[in-house]
Write a protein that binds this ligand. Sequence first.
Ligand SMILES: Cc1ncc(COP(=O)(O)O)c(C=O)c1O
Ligand SMILES: N[C@@H](CCCC[NH3+])C(=O)O
Length: 416
Amino acid sequence: MNHFPFRNDALQVEDLPLTEVAARFGTPCYVYSRAALTGAFAAYRDAFAGLDPLICYAVKANANLSILQLFASLGAGFDIVSGGELARVLAAGADAGKVVFSGVGKSEAEMEMALQAGIHCFNVESVNELIRLNAVAGRLGKRAPVSLRVNPDVDAQTHPYISTGLKGNKFGIAYDIAFDVYREAAALPNLRVTGIDCHIGSQLTDAAPLVEALDRLLLLIDRLQAAGIALEHVDIGGGLGIRYHDETPPDLSAYARAVAERLAGRGLRLVMEPGRSLVGNAGVLLTRVEYMKLGEGKNFAVVDAAMNDLLRPSLYSAYHAIVPVTRVAGLPALTCDVVGPICESSDFLGKDRELAVAEGGLLAVFSAGAYGSTMSSNYNTRPRAAEVLVDGADARLIRRRETLDELLANERELLA
Ligand SMILES: Cc1ncc(COP(=O)(O)O)c(C=O)c1O
Ligand SMILES: N[C@@H](CCCC[NH3+])C(=O)O
């Protein structure tokens, strides 16, 4: 049973004026706390202070322009994986010189866009990408800054769908050939080799695999140095997990100490790409109960948010705490599945939850700040939810709920 006041790392229901937000902006609605976002960034900055890291927030976790603008104002750089994400960080006023570009499928157009913007570096994930980047840079009369994303073949011990650092994953350049690929990169005229990168997976609850991956990178860095290829930075990726249920996330200070010990005296700039741990527990998805559907052996709370709004439970069987926003005296708790209106049996936000809820009541789905809004879709022609940023007593709309007109406009224009 969820207890009141419910707290999940950073937020409790009382921290956010959820009833007022629902009345002003409607539901479903993502609600983020500026204080929690700022606090999460400060925790990174403080833990790694001695290393003066470039903290490149992974935009895919939450790409709202106001959140990008907030992180930029705190000094963050950005980890992007598409031209769209580059357009977002530029629109938010970020410094392109603090942007790293990851991803296995960069198109020529995306490379051009990033070269013109003057990004910090491309995290290159294959030999053929190197060759393409060299050609595109040559055409533009530029030298592309390059860091190779190495796949260290380390088990992140996380959900298989979000593990990225094993031999069988599509990501990065295999550890065993990385040395030779560096030599190839160093010989290409339109590239400038600046760093090394890895990212082994997401929602890690143990930092040991991250440290093991760093150790493997350092062995490679030493070999490269001996061969005359001196790197300027090491990018240790993101991946630190958060508490959704009863997990114990890795201790940030202990992780920072392990990294600092290993980088001491090497003259390498530290780059990081945290996503979830900066935003995950800074937001909730606010939803209203449409119907209580009580049945034999199974009860359902049918809410107005669905898998198109928050896909994680359906996709990864992920657990998100769900908590009533207001307590109604005398209302008994029922065990129920919290489900949305979408025509899929996988459309659930939580299963077998003990909740004291009634029709019309508001629920907060916790830990929804990361990979919530960014993974939302229009399935069942559902408009995307609004997003609201709470700052003390102030609640500000940072994305309007999509209108049906906006949703249909593109295709309606093309009707024969
Ligand atoms: C290349 C890259 N960097 C950073 C991240 C951010 O990871 P997380 O949200 O787990 O910190 C991801 C996503 O897993 C990623 O693919
Ligand atoms: N979308 C995933 C994380 C993927 C991270 C991207 N490499 C999640 O919600 O947990």
